[in-house]
Design a protein around this ligand. Structure first.
Ligand code: CAA
Length: 257
């Protein structure tokens, strides 16, 4: 399928997905939603892809859900179609996903970045949940994920005032894993993704699942889940290869099985 609102490029075992509605600062409309979800779902099923990078432009990762598309919708329409529920399919992707954010990541843009497994921020990045200024509130997970990323005080302030947070603040409070110069952002993200994609894919998928469990369950259940998944890894070829390579003092060559 050819896409109109995103660009996709395969670099080794990494899928680089670039949001591409520059005139609308990558505002997330129905078409972009469908194309992003289709592309990541396809990559997730592809054994040749070990990590996905999602990025935008220098000016904007994404400036939110498309306000012009939503403006005249009624309650019956948004509730009837369960607007934004399609993103559950994005959340079901088991391949690791990195958000490489430069410029604005606002509203749905910030929420899309937070749906990814971690955020690399350019020094130009600006994060925010400004929906309240439109008379609404976050609808793609912002009130829930921002609170989990940065804690209640900052999430509440961000969602209630709509103010933006720069890259330094985002890194300090745990929203971004690292800050990189804007000019190096995509290369650095692909480099990081290439490291992840070089690991055993089952190990990376199970690790993602285990870390995400930490946000969904009690500590006791999470620890039990982690232990059981750790045990299961001894059924993989990659565990045999990874440990043999260490003992034989050579690099591991994973078969992703
Ligand atoms: N939806 C639709 N179009 C958008 C948009 C959005 N979220 N954000 C920007 N655009 C469009 C603008 O309308 C403008 O288009 P025109 O040239 O046709 O007028 C173009 O992108 C460039 O934007 P600006 O002229 O506004 O650029 P700027 O540099 O002056 O300002 C900005 C940049 C601060 C990001 C500003 O565009 C802005 O505030 N955007 C809206 C941010 C926002 O409120 N996001 C939340 C959306 S609701 C949501 O996301 C709900 C949810 O939880 C899922």
């Amino acid at each position: 399928m050819s896409y109109e609102t995103i660009l996709t490029e395969t670099r080794g075992r990494v899928l680089l997905l670039t949001l591409n509605r520059p005139k609308a600062l990558n505002a997330i409309n129905a078409q972009l939603t469908a194309e992003v979800i289709e592309a990541v779902t396809k990559a997730d099923a592809d054994p040749e892809i070990g990590c996905i990078v999602i990025t935008g432009s220098e000016r904007a990762f994404a400036a939110g859900a498309d306000i012009k598309e939503m403006q005249h919708l009624t309650y019956a329409e948004v509730y009837g179609k369960d607007r934004f529920a399609d993103w559950e399919r994005f959340n079901a992707v088991r391949t690791p996903i990195i958000a490489a954010v430069a410029g604005y990541a606002l509203g749905g843009g910030c929420e899309l970045a937070m749906m990814c497994d971690f955020i690399l921020a350019a020094d130009t990045a600006q994060f925010g949940q400004p929906e309240i200024k439109l008379g609404v509130m976050p609808g793609m997970g912002g009130s829930q994920r921002l609170a989990r990323y940065v804690g209640k005080a900052k999430a509440m302030e961000m969602c209630l005032t709509g103010r933006m947070m720069d890259a330094t603040e985002a890194e300090r409070c745990g929203l971004a894993s690292r800050i990189v110069p804007a000019a190096d952002l995509v290369e650095e993200a692909v480099k990081t993704a290439t490291i992840i994609a070089g690991m055993s894919k089952p190990a990376a998928m199970m690790t993602k699942e285990a870390v995400n469990r930490a946000y969904e369950t009690t500590l006791a259940e999470g620890l039990r889940h982690e232990r059981r998944v750790f045990h299961a890894m001894f059924a993989t070829d990659d565990q045999k290869e990874g440990m043999a390579a260490f003992v034989e003092k050579r690099p591991a060559t994973f078969s992703h099985k």
